[in-house]
Write a protein that binds this ligand. Structure first.
Ligand code: C5P
Length: 298
């Protein structure tokens, strides 16, 4: 019996990101607002008759070995599930890597959710959450998707049930920002008070000025100092009519929110030469929808 599952691994943006304090374990406590988009990588998972994990990647220079977070997710599941067989992973990369859009983390979460389906093994949600955090701080969010406020390293999640109406223009200039270096250059020593990111987002539904006042990304100053081009892109997004513009994660993707698709597409024309895309916000996962896309062949 073989089972295949086709699933999408959506990109995320951080609508706000505050670095509260450095922790004794070397990580930082964050206060961040995550949101998935309706663009992302496509993945196909197929159960194998043996115990091998294979991975083929299209559309990007990404190693198919265990430096790839999707492969590490499959290995982590196998280590936890004695009966787990092997897995063939095929990834069509569409999310730029090292870009603050969570591409690798989303691929890993897709494997954590999808592989147990194709294997016909039930795994407790709490175990998936544990494995997700071991793989990376952004991975637990991708197990839920949608819009969520996150604390701690990113794993303490409060889903926010809201439909965000904006069209999102993503602009990536191809700069690779290493996340640990970005944290180091922010150099958080003391403690920073957490802002009301959820309140600013919800107020922004009525008046975008509330987002400009209340949603910040603490990486921006340090990362813009290293790569001034990113600050220019932010300014150009506003000049092109964005209601709100910010850097996602530790960069280098900048995003602008627009009222209409036409406005977002019009602004996009100002950024020829960069990787750009126009997206909508994505839905939170429901287990029913992921199960419905399973193909079975006996
Ligand atoms: O968890 P992840 O592997 O994605 O983190 C990459 C690096 O980013 C960590 O090694 C750490 O330096 C930094 N990080 C952090 N605090 C977080 C998340 C990441 O310091 N909450």
């Amino acid at each position: 019996m073989t089972q295949r599952l086709e699933l999408s691994a959506p990109a995320k943006i951080n609508l706000g990101l505050e670095i509260l304090r450095r922790r004794p374990d070397g990580y930082h406590d964050l206060n961040t607002l995550f949101a998935t988009l309706d663009v992302g990588d496509s993945m196909t998972l197929t159960a194998r008759g043996d115990h091998k994990i294979t991975c083929r990647v299209h559309g990007a220079e990404l190693a198919a070995d265990d430096s790839n977070l999707a492969v590490r997710a499959a290995l982590a599941l196998q280590a936890r599930l004695p009966d787990a067989p092997g897995l063939d992973i095929e990834i069509q990369k569409r999310i730029p890597m090292g870009a603050g859009l969570g591409g690798g983390s989303s691929d890993a979460a897709a494997v954590l959710m999808g592989a147990p389906h194709v294997w016909g093994i039930d795994v407790e949600r709490a175990i998936l959450g544990e494995l997700a955090l071991e793989l990376g701080s952004d991975v637990p969010f991708f197990l839920i998707g949608g819009v969520a406020l996150a604390g701690s390293r990113g794993e303490r999640l409060e889903p926010i049930d809201v439909v965000l109406p904006w069209h999102v223009l993503l602009v990536n200039p191809g700069i690779h920002v290493a996340t640990p270096a970005a944290f180091a250059s922010v150099g958080r020593t003391g403690e920073r008070a957490a802002g009301d990111l959820k309140g600013a987002l919800l107020a922004g539904l009525a008046d975008a000025a509330a987002m400009r006042d209340g949603l910040v990304n603490d990486f921006e100053a340090a990362v813009f100092a290293m790569y001034p081009e990113l600050g220019h892109i932010k300014r150009h997004l506003y000049e092109a009519g964005a209601l709100f513009a910010l850097m996602s994660g530790s960069g280098s993707t900048m995003f602008g929110l627009f009222e209409t698709r036409a406005a977002a597409e019009g602004a996009r024309e100002h950024f020829s030469g960069y990787w750009t895309t126009v997206a909508r916000f994505g839905d939170a996962h429901s287990s029913a929808s992921s199960a419905s896309s399973i193909e079975r062949s006996e």
